[in-house]
Design a protein around this ligand. Structure first.
Ligand SMILES: [Zn+2]
Length: 159
């Protein structure tokens, strides 16, 4: 994933932008360092948006304070974390799970669907529950068993 934390150049850009709207806005060296440090965990886009909101908002007569800009923002780390904890429903089986498990689950879920459909074609019934309780090596054999036809099909369409 692309690193979204703010660079020094980007924090300079933010400060310059505030200066452009408030000519008397001045940060000494120490304050500039504090601003830069404080903004660093956030993304440029988020803080920039807050500046925009401030200059058109109710408190626009005064320049924003750093705490005004950051108060309701999530750091990039917090965002990543909330994404990890984010829950989704599998759109195949409907089960609720953390987003980070979804990809692995989805692959498994999809192959279960495939096996169930294939068994049905041969008028056999396998349930999802049975598959859930089947060891991986047995499952692999099942996939192997159904594979030849797929290979033949590929040969037929010439790929
Ligand atoms: Zn599922």
């Amino acid at each position: 994933m692309k690193k979204k934390k703010m660079t020094k150049e980007e924090s300079q850009k933010i400060i310059k932008k505030i200066k452009a709207y408030y000519y008397y806005f001045e940060l000494d060296k120490d304050s500039t360092r504090i601003w830069t440090d404080k903004m660093q965990p956030y993304s440029f886009e988020d803080v920039d948006r807050k500046v925009e909101e401030h200059i058109t908002g109710e408190d626009r007569q005064n320049p924003p304070r750093i705490q005004d800009l950051l108060r309701f923002l999530l750091t990039e780390e917090q965002k990543a974390k909330s994404k990890e904890e984010y829950l989704v429903n599998c759109n195949l089986c409907g089960r609720l799970m953390p987003f980070k498990e979804y990809e692995t689950h989805y692959d498994k879920c999809l192959s279960f669907e495939y096996l169930i459909a294939r068994a049905k074609k041969e008028h056999k019934e396998i349930t999802r529950e049975q598959l859930e309780n089947t060891r991986q090596d047995v499952l692999n054999k099942l996939y192997e068993k159904y594979k030849p036809e797929e290979t033949n099909l590929k040969a037929q369409i010439g790929s």
